[in-house]
Unconditional design. Sequence first.
Length: 335
Amino acid sequence: MATWSVARHPGLLGLGATALGTAAAFGLMQRRHVHQIRQDPEYARLEDPPRGRVLSVRSADGTELHAEVFGDDGAPPVVLAHGWTEALQYWTYVIDDLQAAGCRAIAFDLRGHGKSQDAASGEYSLERFGQDIEAVLHASLAPDERAIVVGHSLGAMSVVAWAADHDVAARARAAALLNTGVEDLLAENVVLPGLVAGRIKETLGRVFMGAPGSLPRVSTPLSHAAVRYFAFGPEGSPAKVAFFERMLWECSPKVRGAVGLSISTMNLSTALECLTVPTLVLAGAEDRLTPSSHARRIAERLPHPVGVVELPATGHMAPLERPREVSRAILSMRT
């Protein structure tokens, strides 16, 4: 019986050597990538986010939400709602700044995110996210307290949805909407500039946002480059990009897809009229997901706009990219 031998197939020996060389090259690239992240001066801080006093909150449909309170009881309250696929530690820098300024930061995980439960009703509509906002306000504020209510991306959309169905003036003294839009997200994003347009762009975007597929559980040079491109501006540091990457892959694919579909079809433009407290809008000049055109249009429809802040060289992750400027904008709402 004939025996198989590499000697009989010398071409395979070359292929094997090529494969080994490629694997070695990828391994070297990965080690360099990890080293670059860990050498970032921000790495240590983001690896040890602040820890607050845990507050358990039940939303209207029975969903248990995880919230944490940072700062002294009785200090001026600021409620922080994170964005799609994020978690409350997203606010690490802002929480530190708010505490240093004498405020009480109340950050929480939206349903299906972080340590909060998946939706008890199975619903991830913007209306349900608005109910999450109301539940946190009810659980964390004294009867006579009103908070500055801040949302980033999905969190800001949730604030607007909350305003449509709840007594805004009873719970909020001011609001801030960061890196967000309330309609036409797919039509106006510039992730694929010049390549697709119109309904094709919207269809591709809806497929992408609603895709429930799993993501790699480790940052790689390729995943890092992709996240940096669509979510960050030109100065997003390696540790900050990797910090967001981790939240992204830790978010359940099912939740990520369900929320993505809700966002892709929403229209909250009329709800802006219900946000009757002084409201600041903040945008990143290099934001590909929610370009600053959204911020300007939102401000035009608000009953009490206090201005649009557009941060230069900043993408969709302003609270990570420009935390000092974001914190300063939030604190300006105290007066």
